[in-house]
Design a protein around this ligand. Structure first.
Ligand code: ACO
Length: 332
């Protein structure tokens, strides 16, 4: 029988420094009222000094491994979903592997922007189903603050840093990741991009080549694309799992913007009580946002054994997707 892929551990980490909307008022022409009304964000956490993606990922991973009672050396694979790794080489996954002593793990970074965690769930499920791995660490970790133009009020108010991790284990039980739906559309790439530093515009050759080292975004276009894409992916993943919208106990979407989440929930006909939002405290942490929200939801007692959870995300590329998970208890 094909083994199921269970989430047996979870953990998150955000850097201690908090940047409030009031702090941003002193940096750009904006206001707490504008930011909160348009995005639902009150504050976000931002890295300082040398603590960036792999360091945050390691801290989140240690919490998740502890909860799952899995040792680093027992991991078969480490997947870090990130658009903001410490380096191109070594990957963040290699750095996390070293920190955890996960000697036998296959290690790679996964680049699917804000949808990276959902993509990672699909890959982890496939590795488990094929028998290629039995214990997997999946982390969404981002240091987006280093790629933000802090004079651009249209983007700098939106993002935060952090990491969220899950341990995924093969099990004979039927719970766990039930289905995933993944999509992309490169034709829309212009609406959200980070072009500087890649092979076309490498740092060593930078003159006035027109490429920006900062995230550039057409917010209203991203908004318009994200809402139907997230809603349709959620429906698709539910249908694949043989479930209906009425079966959803908690919708834990990518925390891009509270208005996007509310519009997706409305499209799906989900009651607000079934939608988890914590963007007020973390901002948009890209690939880290769903696992951070999951940890938060569990800590708040919003997730019980047997619950049907739906994750949905949309991000640059464009990339999007959804996953359905039947929640199982942590191991005793
Ligand atoms: N403070 C005050 N005013 C601002 C700010 C700010 N921080 N940013 C923009 N404005 C101004 C604009 O200049 C504009 O002024 P104008 O009318 O004089 O030209 C006005 O506010 C309205 O701007 P819009 O961009 O039309 O505002 P909108 O209601 O679309 O909200 C926002 C902007 C919040 C970016 C929204 O479009 C959004 O959230 N889009 C999704 C983007 C997103 O989530 N990206 C994350 C990455 S992808 C993802 O995670 C899904």
């Amino acid at each position: 029988m094909t083994p199921a892929a269970l989430i047996t551990g979870w953990g998150y980490y955000v850097p201690p420094k908090v940047l409030t909307n009031a702090d941003l008022e002193a940096m750009v022409q904006t206001s707490d009222a504008w930011i909160y009304e348009r995005t639902g964000i009150r504050e976000r956490h931002i890295v300082e000094g040398d603590e960036v993606t792999s360091g945050m990922a390691t801290k989140a991973a240690k919490e998740a491994l502890g909860r799952a009672k899995v040792k680093g050396e027992d991991l078969d694979a480490i997947i870090i979903a990130t658009t903001s790794p410490d380096y191109f080489l070594p990957t963040a996954a290699c750095l996390v592997q070293e920190s955890l002593g996960a000697r036998k793990a296959a290690v790679f970074d996964l680049g699917a922007a804000c949808a990276g965690f959902v993509y990672g769930l699909a890959i982890a499920r496939g590795l488990v189903a094929s028998g290629a791995a039995r214990k997997i660490l999946l982390v969404g970790a981002e240091t987006i603050s280093r790629f933000i133009d802090w004079t651009d009020r249209a983007t700098c108010v939106l993002f935060g840093d952090g990491a969220g991790a899950v341990v995924i284990e093969a099990s004979a039980a039927g719970a766990g990741i039930q289905s995933t739906a993944l999509h992309g559309d490169g034709r829309q790439k212009r609406h959200l991009r980070l072009e500087g530093g890649g092979a076309l515009h490498p740092a060593a050759r930078r003159g006035d080549d027109g490429a920006s080292d900062f995230i550039q975004m057409n917010g209203p276009e991203v908004f318009k694309l994200a809402v139907p894409a997230m809603a349709d992916a959620a429906k698709e993943a539910l249908a694949q799992a043989g479930l209906r919208l009425e079966d959803v106990d908690l919708f834990v979407p990518h925390q891009a913007n509270a208005r996007i989440i509310e519009a997706v929930a409305k499209r799906l006909g989900l009651d607000r009580s079934k939608v988890f939002i914590d963007i007020d405290r973390f901002g948009n942490t890209s690939a880290a946002s769903i696992p951070i929200a999951l940890c938060d939801a569990v800590a708040q007692g919003r997730v019980r054994k047997g619950d049907t959870l739906v994750f949905a995300a949309f991000g640059g590329g464009m990339t999007w997707g959804a996953a359905v998970v039947e929640w199982s208890s942590p191991k005793r």
